[in-house]
Write a protein that binds this ligand. Sequence first.
Ligand code: HEC
Length: 142
Amino acid sequence: MMDTKKNILVIGLLITTFCFYNYLIYTSKENGEPIKLSKKALVGQKIWQDKNCWSCHQTYGLGGYLGPDLTNIYSNKNKGPNYIKAFLNSGVKSMPKFNFTEQEKEAIIAYLKTIDSTGYYPNYDAALKVNGWVELKYKNEK
Ligand code: HEC
């Protein structure tokens, strides 16, 4: 009889802790404002989706795996906007040539620039805090 009461108490305590922890997570303001895309970047995003860049490329590791991850290609010292343009101009054996207009290319670059501004992938600069959060280093931190 004593055991049952004790068990109910422990389960009750666990459920309360669980609810409280969830409350903290879902009301946390730590994640900040969602990223806003400029008009140009929105056009780029639409092309990205319409032309299925995602079927071969990833951002933040998500997408197809035929081509490389493009999260930080914009700020990559050896690559950047002109390099991106060159790929869009000519394609390669395993990437189709798209015949984009200059504006379309600029829009895709604006989209990739915005993605680049949001963080690093892969992100090796992560710290595990005592409360279980993984703290990542973001690019747009004040
Ligand atoms: C059919 C698959 C496929 C599609 C669709 C595709 N790509 Fe690619 N892309 C590749 C492959 C594979 C490479 C790597 C080629 C190489 O390095 O030889 C690549 C390379 C690139 C690169 C250079 C990456 C680097 O780090 O060197 C850029 C930029 C790029 N693609 C942009 C795009 C964009 C933007 C789209 C959509 C408009 C797109 N790709 C659609 C397959 C694809």
